[in-house]
Design a protein around this ligand. Structure first.
Ligand code: CMC
Length: 431
């Protein structure tokens, strides 16, 4: 970050304090308020961090008003069109697109870490069959610190590298096994002759009695879903990973914390919530009722898959995802699926409604990803685990960046306390 000649002046009581202003390479300037408390005795108040930059980062840039998403400077549309997930992983992790030899080496390293320690199978079997796969993923990823002791020392760059590769490589196996366990089918081991997306599809849909022929269009669509979810700068789960890591926690514990945060319906759980909503709507004639509910201030209902904290124009990921959804639906010949029909008509109805236009609410990436995953045959409970496996590289890239940032400190927000002031304890008999 570069210091500018600008300063920001804050007047409070009889004090006037100047703060330095920094510029990034693109995007809004930031006011450095680190000295605020010392100089004024006051904190800032910013629930949801809507105006707070918690770190400096070179990984991902978003301009929500213009609908721009860049990874290391490359627009997401170009990456989704021309690149593929493992190449984007390399870009996010190391800062540059790989040469052919670097990519081959990276793919080899990831491919050769896809198996799980055999003992971990018992860990899966300890869960109830009806456990949500996100619950299993949170537990199993956290438990990796008990299986891979040789990659938990965060002060050793080599161990950090091995942990990163292990997480990216094993996450599809963990997600697929969580699914297989929930439907009572045997676990399918990874196969190293398949690409990342095809291997995941096979581990989800093959059975020992019948192998699974991976359709290249479905594999490409799966890869795009991974690519479009790979990173999204300082969102809730990424900030959770950074906060967990700021205490020095091991990488597996930090990523498990990110998975737990992602599960919520306002974040990664939105794709599942969206499909459940479409099923609840059921038929196109009920769409007006749900649109009216979404607009009713006294009804907490929201249209899932619509709106975004940052994108107030369009979600650039949604544009690519919509294209993929059309391709997949055509391939699978499921254009007449009633849920997908509801989705198409709901999208059109919301986009034509002034309420959504005024509030800048557009379909987000999860609206279309849910439709594709449903068409591919994934149950809704697998939508968020697929988001989690895709986002793992983003979490790790941000985690690695943070560990070498000299400005890094343990995360410790302050508060505006409005509770009781000091009072004396009263014995239970006298209350
Ligand atoms: N349906 C109906 N009204 C909505 C919706 C919606 N989906 N989203 C926002 N609004 C209204 C909201 O009621 C509020 O109205 P008012 O100003 O009259 O009070 C206004 O729009 C602004 O809402 P907000 O909650 O202040 O906006 P936010 O930026 O804090 O919330 C959001 C962003 C994503 C949490 C929200 O749009 C939402 O809940 N969407 C549905 C869940 C969803 O699809 N989430 C996935 C996000 S994309 C995946 C990811 O990157 O994690």
């Amino acid at each position: 970050m570069a210091a500018t000649s600008k300063t920001a002046t804050l007047s409070l009581d009889d004090k006037s304090v100047e703060f330095p202003v920094y510029s990034g390479s693109v995007g809004p300037d930031v006011i450095d308020i680190r000295k605020l408390y010392g100089a004024t005795g006051a904190f800032t108040y910013d629930p949801g961090f809507t105006s707070t930059a918690a770190c400096e980062s070179t990984i991902t840039y978003i301009d929500g008003d213009e609908g721009v998403l860049l990874h290391r400077g490359y627009p997401i549309g170009q990456l989704a069109e021309k690149s593929h997930y493992l190449e984007v992983c390399y870009l996010l992790l190391y800062g540059e697109l790989p040469s052919a030899a670097e990519l081959e080496d990276f793919e080899f390293r990831v491919t050769n870490h896809t198996m799980l320690h055999e003992q971990m199978m018992n860990f899966f079997r300890g869960f109830r069959r009806d456990a949500h796969p996100m619950a299993i993923m949170t537990g199993v990823v956290g438990a990796m610190s008990a299986f891979y002791h040789d990659s938990t020392d965060i002060s050793d760059p080599w161990q950090r590298e091995v942990a990163s590769i292990r997480l990216i490589a094993k996450m599809p196996t963990i997600a697929a096994w969580a699914y297989k366990y929930s439907i009572g089918q045997p676990f399918v081991y990874p196969r190293n002759d398949l690409d990342y997306a095809s291997n995941f599809l096979r581990m989800c849909f093959a059975v020992p009695t019948e192998d699974y022929e991976v359709n290249p269009i479905l594999s490409r669509a799966m890869d795009r879903i991974f690519t479009l979810h790979a990173d999204h700068e300082q969102n809730a789960s990424t900030s959770t990973v950074r906060l967990a890591s700021s205490s020095g926690a091991n990488p597996f514990a930090c990523i498990a914390a990110g998975i737990a945060c992602l599960w919520g319906p306002a974040h990664g759980g939105a794709n599942q919530a969206c499909l459940e909503m479409l099923k609840e709507i059921g038929t196109p004639d009920r769409i007006p009722e749900y649109i009216a509910r979404a607009k009713d201030k006294d009804d907490p209902f929201r249209l899932m898959g619509f709106g975004h904290r940052v994108y107030k124009n369009h979600d650039p990921r949604a544009t690519v995802m919509k294209q993929s959804a059309d391709e997949v639906l055509e391939l699978l010949g499921v254009e007449n699926n009633p849920i997908l029909q509801v989705a198409k008509e709901l999208e059109a109805a919301a986009l034509a409604d002034p309420y959504f236009a005024e509030k800048k609410l557009f379909p987000n990436v999860d609206f279309y990803s849910g439709i594709i995953l449903e068409a591919m045959g994934f149950p809704t409970s697998m939508f968020t685990p697929i988001f989690a496996l895709s986002r793992t590289v983003g979490w790790i890239s941000q985690w690695k960046e943070m560990l070498v940032d000299p400005a890094q400190k343990i995360g410790r927000p302050r508060q505006l306390y409005t509770g009781a002031t000091i009072r004396d304890y009263v014995d239970v008999e006298s209350r």
